[in-house]
Design a protein around this ligand. Structure first.
Ligand code: PRX
Length: 632
């Protein structure tokens, strides 16, 4: 059994041990899993390259740990509850035995289609249970899954499929989210038409009633190929450091990068962090509202909970359909004990009024979680009072796609809480703050750049197909440290508050976006010469997207032009990246070396033009007044 810390003293002891003897600490955790062959060495590392290996020489299959090892002890316990978009439609459950059988069938179907160890399989699928089944089926046979959030555009999907050189895409025909019906398969067809030559098969799960365009050479129905397979599929032996999955995420420059996670360390850390942060006990019903298209869904809907033998819920819909009480209705209906969501959802529901919450009992809730962006004090208080009735601790969990698992967070009912603070690092996480020169800032009551100075099991190993980029982005800024890209504050008690990104990454409704990526999309419009994108404070989304655009020729109808820009971005990336505000400008403030002064643009976008600092050294100081005057 994974260590479950129960008191703050036990936390302190575990933390101390994890720093003094990390190998011993993690070996003890790893012992609690099923290994086909035990590791020879716990850890090898060199942040300079970077080269990090955990449980070196060990062989395992993560699905044996998610499924097989639970069959004798909890085979008839529900593993996944699937709650549909339509409340009138029946929910579905899969016991561990049933899930095991479904995963094996899907794994055999993948094998029958020529998918094997090391092949990449992209998913473009809504939140149906078959998404979790498909992901686990890949892991079963050693295929590398790469889930692409089903809200991305065909172009964004094609970029990711090409980068991963995926052999197969698994999708559904349609998707229902709230009132929207999205033609998922059609988006996949469009992506394929953009030259995804590596794709040999498209496996389509039937989720809707309408017809889809069919290509006999490429397309196969899930029900035609999966349902008839044997429910027995041996688990592929995987080296600890074999790739488990790739997940694309945005950075401050260029195209999204494929973050690579490997089998052994990811398994050990996601289970450990899940059990301890949420204090999950046998019999609890746990619900994370994220989408499996993001890391939160990977680690804390699928892998962490299943590794821990939990009952985990998947929800197909949105918080506001059929009305703003939907989350709370589901919590009561399934007697949810741990509820994990994002500040943007909390703020959106808070704006709808307390009455949507007070209609429900919510007496099953023991723990509330928050993830993805800083939670503001109003949202924290509302979540605590109105949803948690001041009885459920809020675990504000800070982590990233690259970290694989929760890094800084209270352990529910153990760590003292402080609103808006992610509080203390988990055992094994050696967090530190550095100044811009890379000097570690010691002591408390300080602020700096958040780094991690020792490896942890679920950390990023590389960026797919471009190891140098991984080194450059995360390991080159400060010697011998992983740089998170976040700024943070450490209070007088050593508790961390995450302030936000210090690079050109913005966080819109908990979705991470590179400003350069959005600019590149805007620049695809034929009348755009140059653009600059910054984030600005937004009541619901946390940050909104503000775009400054220089046009080729004057724009007659500004509203029509703005719509065209939004459509262009939707087409290039997806609706989540659409700018909220678009200001047409004749120039952008630049340094003499031609660099856009984003600091000034950020201030203007946030409506704070009182002190723009020294602008006299700009190449074009006059432009600042124009930009200020035209601000939206
Ligand atoms: O800026 C931090 C913010 O989200 C970034 C990571 O985004 P992503 O890789 O998409 O993963 C999101 C889900 C794990 C971080 O660099 N972030 C995440 N959690 C928090 C947060 N900011 C403040 N508080 C958090 N709890």
């Amino acid at each position: 059994m994974t260590l479950q810390i129960k008191t703050i003293e036990e936390y302190n002891t575990a933390y101390q041990k994890s720093v003094e003897n990390p190998e011993g600490f993690w070996a003890e955790q790893a012992e609690t899993f099923t290994w086909q062959k035990k590791w020879d060495k716990v850890l090898e590392w060199d942040f300079k390259k970077p080269d990090v290996k955990w449980f070196v020489g060990g062989t395992l299959n993560i699905t044996e740990n998610c499924l097989d090892r639970h069959l004798t002890t909890r085979g008839d316990q529900v593993a996944i509850i699937w709650e549909p978009n339509e409340p009138s439609q029946d929910f579905k459950t899969y016991t561990y035995k049933e899930l095991h059988a479904e995963v094996c069938k899907c794994a055999n179907a993948l094998k029958a289609q020529g998918i094997g160890k090391g092949d990449r399989v992209c998913f473009y699928m809504p939140m149906v249970a078959e998404l979790a089944i498909g992901v686990l089926a890949c892991a079963r046979i050693g295929a590398i899954h790469s889930v692409v959030f089903a809200g991305f555009s065909a172009q964004a999907l094609a970029d990711r499929v090409k980068d991963a050189q995926a052999k197969m895409i698994i999708c559904s025909d349609f998707n229902s989210r709230g009132k929207k019906h999205i033609p998922v398969k059609q988006v996949v067809d469009e992506a394929i038409a953009m030259g995804c030559d590596s794709v040999e098969k498209v496996l389509v799960y039937k989720n809707g009633r309408n017809e889809v365009t069919w290509n006999d050479n490429l397309d196969i129905w899930w029900h035609d190929t999966v349902d008839s397979q044997s429910a027995d599929c041996p688990a592929e032996p995987m080296d600890s450091e074999d790739i488990l999955f790739i997940l694309y995420t945005s950075g401050s420059t260029g195209k999204p990068k494929g973050v690579v996670h490997t089998c052994g360390g990811y398994m050990v850390y996601t289970c450990f962090s899940f059990k301890n942060v949420f204090q999950y006990d046998d019999g609890d019903i746990y619900w994370c509202t994220a989408d499996i298209g993001w890391i939160t869904g990977h680690s804390y809907i699928v892998y962490g909970p299943l590794l821990a033998g939990a009952t985990t819920m998947m929800f197909e819909g949105v918080p506001t359909y059929p009305n703003s009480g939907r989350f709370w209705d589901i919590c009561d209906k399934h007697k949810v004990n741990q509820f994990y969501t994002a500040p943007t959802a909390i703020r959106a529901l808070m704006a709808k009024g307390d009455e949507w919450v007070s209609r429900y009992q919510l007496d099953s809730i023991k723990v509330l979680g928050s993830v993805g962006e800083p939670i503001n004090i109003e949202a924290w208080n509302w979540y605590n009072k109105v949803v948690g009735k001041e009885k459920a601790p809020i675990v504000d969990t800070w982590w990233q796609t690259e970290t694989g698992g929760i890094m800084i967070s209270p352990l529910a009912n153990i760590t003292p809480l402080k609103p808006c603070y992610a509080t203390l690092p988990l055992p094994g996480i050696q967090a530190c703050l550095v100044d811009t020169e890379g000097n570690e800032i010691e002591g408390n009551n300080v602020e700096g750049l958040l780094c991690i100075k020792f490896p942890w099991p679920s950390m990023i190993r590389t960026t797919y197909g471009d190891h140098e980029r991984c080194r450059q982005v995360y390991f080159s800024a400060f010697e011998n440290k992983y740089f998170t890209g976040d700024g943070a504050r450490r209070d007088e008690n050593g508790m961390y508050r995450i302030i936000g990104r210090v690079d050109d990454v913005i966080n819109v409704s908990g979705h991470r976006m590179g400003t350069a990526e959005v600019e590149n999309a805007i620049n695809e419009h034929s009348n755009v010469v140059e653009s600059a994108v910054v984030g600005y404070p937004h009541d619901i989304k946390g940050q909104g997207i503000y775009a400054y655009v220089i046009t080729n020729y004057p724009v007659a109808d500004q509203d029509a032009f703005r719509k065209e820009i939004k459509d262009t971005v939707s087409r290039e990336i997806g609706p989540i990246a659409k700018p909220d505000k678009i200001q047409i400008v004749s120039g952008l403030p630049k340094t003499r070396s031609g660099k856009i002064m984003r600091r000034i643009l950020r201030k203007i976008a946030s409506g704070d033009t009182s002190n723009l600092g020294d602008i006299s050294t700009l190449l074009n100081p006059d432009i600042v007044q124009e930009v200020k005057d035209g601000a939206i």
